[in-house]
Write a protein that binds this ligand. Structure first.
Ligand code: DGY
Length: 314
């Protein structure tokens, strides 16, 4: 006799994740429309590409036992609503710190040293001879990096920056003296970090406090040679203010791995600026990290489905 499969709703789950779920789990395609049969049937939810999950959606999944998020950031899930309904939420902390820090350095180097503009130029008919006066960027070695959010990822960024001989400043909700001793980083007030840093790297979670953390006032404090890097979440930066700062060269450049909205509308003025390097949310997109994220997502899901404590819960 065939045993019944466990119905789980997921958004665009890749083959690798489906395979790891095994044959006993039935994946229902994401459908949060009114009267959705998937919602009525599901006992678990997997959020893969950041679909929005709020209390009203949870209420429409009467048998919901667990929400398992692929990724560490859970700003697209109403955690309070899940808590008040005693629905455990899992995420994938730790495994993506190194790859996200690597990508922070990739954006830092790309913005400072004209990697993207240089690539386009090198492919174009305009590149006719080597000219030492062209595309002179900002020296990374010895420049000051300011990290906003010295959490797990921020610390990994600091380690990498130290290998580039960069003095590292940080701003965090709480000062971390152990990290200062271990990493040789210096705690400064937020405004001082903006004033003193050559690169400002956003590695904080998106919260009410960090929404629009960087706007017109903050750009006015940054150096005109300053470069902003956002590896956190789009809404941490006011995009109108960012456009004004980049277009007027109030700051030198920006590197964005995340935007609000994501993706930006194709006609968005930011996309026309050559002093912006933009990538499509690639922070954790490396082979080993993705594999581990999938494993952790599946382990959390399985635990929640069987009523056990999640190995990684929010
Ligand atoms: C994360 O883990 O939060 C990344 O942004 C991917 O979701």
């Amino acid at each position: 006799m065939a045993t019944e499969k466990i119905p789980v709703m997921g958004d665009g789950l890749p083959a690798a994740l489906r395979e790891m779920l095994g044959p006993e789990i039935e994946v229902l395609e994401w459908d949060d429309s009114p009267g959705s049969p998937a919602l009525a049937k599901a006992v678990g939810i997997v959020t893969y590409g950041h679909p929005h999950v709020d209390g009203s959606l949870m209420d429409r999944v009467p048998n919901l036992r667990v929400i398992s998020n692929h990724g560490v950031g859970v700003d697209h899930i109403n955690i309070e609503a899940a808590r008040s309904r005693t629905i455990p939420v899992g995420n994938t902390p730790g495994c993506l710190d190194a790859s996200t820090a690597d990508m922070t350095m990739a954006l830092l180097l790309a913005t400072a040293r004209n990697v993207v503009v240089g690539d386009h130029f090198a492919r174009s008919a305009e590149f006719t001879h080597y000219d030492p006066s062209q595309l002179i960027g900002y020296e990374v070695s010895g420049s000051t990096l300011g990290i906003v959010g010295l959490g797990r990822i921020g610390k990994q960024v600091a380690r990498r920056a130290k290998a580039f001989d960069m003095p590292v400043l940080y701003y965090n909700r709480r000062r971390d003296e152990a990290a200062e001793r271990e990493l040789g980083v210096t705690y400064v007030a937020f405004d001082d970090l903006l004033r003193q840093s050559d690169f400002v790297s956003l590695n904080c979670p998106l919260t009410i406090e960090t929404t629009n953390l960087i706007g017109t006032r903050e750009f006015s404090l940054m150096k005109p040679t300053g470069i902003l890097l956002n590896m956190a979440r789009g809404p941490v930066v006011d995009h109108d203010a960012l456009y004004a700062a980049l277009h007027s060269r109030r700051i030198a450049a920006a590197g964005l791995d995340v935007t609000a909205p994501e993706p930006l509308p194709r006609q968005h003025p930011l996309l026309g600026l050559s002093n912006l390097v933009i990538t499509p949310h690639l922070g954790s997109a490396s082979n080993r990290t993705r594999h581990r994220m999938i494993q952790m997502t599946v382990e959390n899901l399985r635990a929640g489905l069987t009523g056990q404590a999640l190995p990684w819960s929010v």
